[in-house]
Design a protein around this ligand. Structure first.
Ligand code: MN
Length: 736
């Protein structure tokens, strides 16, 4: 087991002037906080933070980072708060511990492979400080090394996550040995059978392989000596997972896999790399297409090396890598390598040739004088243009920086965006214009009848959301315009006695108006009337005969009346018997109905209203339902001289409740020659009565006489015509 002293010793070996107290203090604190806790394996929990700290010393990380390794699980797994950490260890360490705690709270279980890249980026984006990711990798590495203690189900899940997320992260940070070890460990749990099979084959003929390695080494070393180049040669069997991948890629059998062996030559100067490559190629025949110059063109993670595959001494393929010591350090330690460089020491200039973010970071480092400043530059936003958030299902969504819950909603589904009414982030209600932050859990509340708001366009960050909102608004405007166009045309045609819907049905609208005006559908024609691009008159003039167009309003209406007669001839004839003697000015015979709402009597001032269904409806001139209707369809009407219309009118009589009252009323009505069609009497608690009568009257004069006669009865307090005020004006619409 690793002890604190081992860690202290290692740190002081690569960082002799470092302040090691922080590590001791972190150790004491962690031991106290984790006291009594055990791991699944049964061993003391403290073993884990110590091992993680130890891995960090292998990466030659700074003392604060190593101390954080000791503390990394305290906030997540003990009662320690982040405030305590800050108070005891300062802001740097608390920032690191906080970053690790947040990463630890996320679960990537059951994530689809396609999301792995988003998750990796999110981890980097959330970390703020790359050391957080490096500590996380150390944490994961130790967990993988001790994975046996967990159940097989958990092993598979964690191993898959390691393969999908952490090994690629290690690769991206350029920490080669962690990437390799994580891959092999994960492979072992994900596919135990294949792993075992490869393991068996790798260890088979071990002696033979060792002899082979020794022989190749000797050849290369001789060449180096002859050329006067200083260098170190090593040979090894490639790591298990890379053998497996190679077998998959090339679909080959294990026995064919000759380049299971890889040789590495590490030289001091970059100038020696290419001459050495020439020597290797002149000794063994290179395999075409297998040479890669990562010195001239470094990988995104700063990796530099020459790779070539040659036909070895026994006709077998073998890989040879040539690189400088600096390049080797970078390949093994990646971004972590920078912590061990002292002032003045410089990494090869070509590192920043690549365009990856790491190279850019390195570019920044060129201008930085001391290492603490360099650490600051690592606390950059690695993905300033993106933000990573979670759906309620725990899926990661990658959105442009500045995105809002509306952008998020539209990224899920257009309908969710359209019907979005509220948003919650991390359980708390936020405005829809809230700017999303890395790691936010976003929930969208929708309502079926909700509609997009044009104001959203002002703050959304994605073009997807903007376009969808605009599209919706356009469609809504289109619908309104269509309805408006339809109504305008319907009225315009009605004025000339044409039924607009019929014109559409028969195809006449399209044939006579749509085509000549250049519209290929009724919908487009109607829409353009709604938009105001053409007038209803333009459309009407294509269909209504010219002689009709010239006529004045009265004639137009007469045409309309003809149309009404056409529509309802039967209804008209049935009206004949009890024609209500209404004269339609300027026209003779016509279907007339008295409007139920105001039920005017001969003598009431009246106005006609043209309807296709009921002919001319006769209203009181000031009937509210008439006043709120279409002005153009009104038509002047008057009662025929001496017109009578025996029709029941509702009258309410308020009176004192007394014996003989009904008899008095009956006598009064009889005297006025008015029949009672029905009567209802209701007495009230204060000894009054409310009588409602349907009284048949001929006209308004007759009605007035009836009302006066009723009022003359002593016990009567008030008489009212239902639906009319005390001046005889109709009230709001009354159902009859
Ligand atoms: Mn841990």
């Amino acid at each position: 087991m690793i002890r604190l002293d081992d860690i202290i010793e290692k740190v002081s070996s690569y960082s002799p002037e470092a302040d090691l107290d922080v590590i001791r203090k972190a150790y004491v604190f962690s031991a106290k906080e984790h006291a009594g806790q055990t791991r699944m394996s049964g061993e003391e929990y403290l073993v884990h933070p110590i091992e993680v700290a130890n891995i960090l010393t292998e990466l030659k990380m700074d003392p604060k980072c190593v101390a954080t390794g000791l503390l990394h699980d305290t906030v997540e797994d003990t009662h320690t708060t982040i405030e305590q950490i800050e108070e005891l260890f300062g802001p740097d360490i608390s920032l690191l511990v906080d970053g690790l705690t947040k990463l630890g709270q996320m679960s990537y279980e059951n994530k689809k492979v396609r999301e792995a890249e988003s998750i990796r980026k999110m981890i980097l984006a959330m970390a703020r400080d790359i050391r957080v990711v490096i500590i996380k990798l150390a944490d994961r590495l130790h967990n993988m090394r001790t994975l046996d203690a967990l159940s097989p189900e958990k092993q598979t899940v964690i191993a898959q996550e390691t393969m999908d997320i952490y090994a690629p992260l290690a690769n991206r940070l350029g920490v080669g040995w962690i990437k390799t070890e994580l891959e092999d460990l994960a492979f072992k749990y994900i596919d135990p059978e294949r792993y075992a099979w490869i393991e068996k084959n790798v260890s088979r003929k071990r002696e033979e392989k060792e002899k082979y390695i020794a022989r190749v080494r000797e050849v290369i070393e001789t060449k180096l000596r002859e050329a006067g180049i200083e260098g170190e040669v090593s040979g090894r069997v490639k790591h298990r997972y890379s053998i497996y991948k190679k077998m998959q890629e090339r679909d080959i059998d294990f026995d064919d896999l000759h380049d299971m062996l890889a040789f590495r030559v590490i030289v001091e100067n970059e100038d020696d790399c290419y001459p050495l490559l020439g020597m290797v190629h002149s000794t063994w025949k290179p395999v075409p297409g297998r040479f890669k110059d990562y010195i001239a063109i470094p990988k995104a993670n700063m990796y530099q090396s020459l790779h070539t595959t040659v036909i070895g001494p026994y006709g077998e393929m073998m890989e040879v890598q040539i690189r400088t010591r600096n390049m080797h350090l970078v390949s093994e330690y990646g971004v972590a390598a920078h912590w061990k460089y002292k002032d003045g020491e410089k990494i090869s200039d070509t590192y920043h040739a690549g365009l990856s973010w790491l190279s850019q970071m390195l570019e920044m480092q060129k201008d930085v004088k001391d290492s603490s400043e360099f650490l600051e530059t690592l606390k950059v936003d690695l993905f300033p243009d993106e933000v990573f958030v979670f759906t309620p299902q725990g899926e990661v969504r990658e959105l442009p920086a500045g995105s809002t819950p509306i952008d998020f909603a539209y990224s899920i589904h257009t309908d969710i965006g359209h019907s979005c009414v509220n948003a919650r982030v991390n359980g708390r209600r936020v405005p829809l214009s809230y700017t999303l932050r890395n790691g936010d859990f976003v929930e969208i509340e929708t309502r079926e009848d909700a509609r997009p708001n044009a104001e959203w366009i002002g703050f959304v960050a994605t073009s997807r959301a903007r376009n969808r909102i605009k599209q919706w608004i356009n469609a809504a405007e289109r619908k309104e315009s269509f309805e408006l166009g339809h109504e305008l045309l319907r009225k315009a045609f009605l004025m000339y006695g044409f039924n607009f819907d019929e014109l559409i049905e028969k195809g006449e609208l399209q044939e006579k108006a749509g085509e000549p005006l250049g519209y290929d559908s009724d919908e487009k024609l109607i829409l353009n009337v709604g938009f105001g691009k053409i007038t209803p008159g333009q459309v009407v003039s294509k269909i209504v005969p010219p002689e009709l167009l010239k006529e004045d309003g009265a004639v137009k209406r007469s045409v309309f009346r003809q149309m009404l007669n056409r529509i309802r001839p039967a209804a008209k004839s049935s009206q004949d018997k009890k024609r209500p003697s209404v004269i339609v000015k300027g026209a003779g015979d016509f279907m007339v109905n008295i409007a139920n709402c105001c039920n005017p009597l001969p003598g009431d001032e009246i106005t006609g209203y043209l309807t296709p269904e009921r002919g001319i409806l006769v209203h009181s001139y000031d009937c509210p339902s008439l006043l709120s209707s279409d002005y153009e369809r009104r038509i002047d009407v008057e009662w025929e001289e001496g017109a009578e219309r025996v029709t029941p009118v509702k009258i309410v009589v308020f009176c004192k409740n007394d014996v003989g009252l009904l008899a008095d009323i009956a006598i009064a009505l009889k005297e006025q020659d008015a029949n009672i069609a029905s009567a209802k009497v209701r007495s009230t608690s204060d000894n009054r009565a409310v009588c409602a009568f349907d009284v048949s009257v001929r006209d308004i004069v007759h009605l007035r006489n009836v009302i006066r006669a009723l009022k003359d009865i002593k016990k009567v307090i008030k008489v009212k015509r239902v639906g009319f005020d005390k001046h005889g004006k109709p009230l709001r619409r009354v159902a009859s």
